[in-house]
Write a protein that binds this ligand. Sequence first.
Ligand code: PLP
Length: 397
Amino acid sequence: MSRATQSELRLAGRMARLGTETAFEVLVRARALEAKGRDIIHLEIGEPDFDTPRNVIEAGVDALHKGWTHYGPSAGLPALREAIAEDAGRRRGVKIDASEVVVVPGGKPIIFFTMLAFIEEGDEVIYPDPGFPIYESMVHFLGARAVPIKLRESMDFALDVKELASLITDRTKLIIINSPHNPTGGVLQERDIRQIAAAIGERDIMVLSDEIYSRLVFEGRHFSIMAVEGFRDRTIMLDGFSKTYAMTGWRMGYGIMRPDLATHMARLMTNSNSCTASFTQVAGVEAVRGDQSSVDKMCQEFIRRRDLVVAALNKIPGFSCRMPHGAFYVFPNITKTGWTSKKLADALLEEASVACLAGTAFGSFGEGYLRFSVANSLENLQKALKRVAEWAKKNVA
Ligand code: PLP
């Protein structure tokens, strides 16, 4: 039956509170400019530019041929849960059982499911600002109170533990930490994590520890709050395949949590996705158990690019950039350009053909910064920096 007029969409009120990830919007704008013939350099999206390692692709193709094309258990294939438990535990110095692992389609569902499982209207959630925008989006979506904790450049974008302590109330249900950090590239050292744990103390507060960049630490060692005594039961550790193995499009990540909570997460999976694609999970076993040299190579390459980009940004009038210690982003301070973040990001896209993100895409405390991803070739990065420098020469006093 066709109608002359479209009926009104009577969306639930919470849909108006759901945020988004600006990177995807900027990508669409950049692609629209490309369709008009412009040569855009993409430094906006957060994904490795490398291909998924050959051995992982072959394992995935082989799995398809062998019939791994059916539903599997909601919590993940036992072989993958075991491989992850062993690998993630060894890297963090803790013993993890397969029953504590829940495999999901990407890292993001662990954020979504954690919030769905714990957060009720009026609860408070503390999260880093600037930070991954999905944290704040989900808090608002669920009608909870978003309590941002400011990450300061003067502290190398680590979190101020005294400030954290002052933000904790009786309503605090969840604290989110993220190291290595998107968008700043900041890394929480073991000392920082132990201080955070001490500030939380014995309180019955859950910690979502987003460790999706755990294999991309450039100086020092990754340390997880899971390894702090008394925190295993209160931590949901998020990690995945997207960044470590350049598998963003495969959609596979995982959470590690106490087994009773894992059962609830698996129920959320049964109700939403049923399971993560079976053949991708078979490839996941190869990713975790197989040759790791491609991970090390990627990491070395990101260091090379980071060094080049930071040095070049620091020569551009109005820009100053600290050295990130992990992940694949740089987060220059642009306050001295006299431009706001959003206006500057828009101008660089429109006038210099370089796509990047405004710091405010990661929260209001991101004002005064831009995020550039270094997940592009050295050649393209050099070209982009030249364009930004030329633009700044004309537009920054
Ligand atoms: N957490 C952080 C901090 C991220 O930057 C990202 C992706 O950009 C994710 C989680 C989600 O990763 P995935 O693509 O595996 O869902």
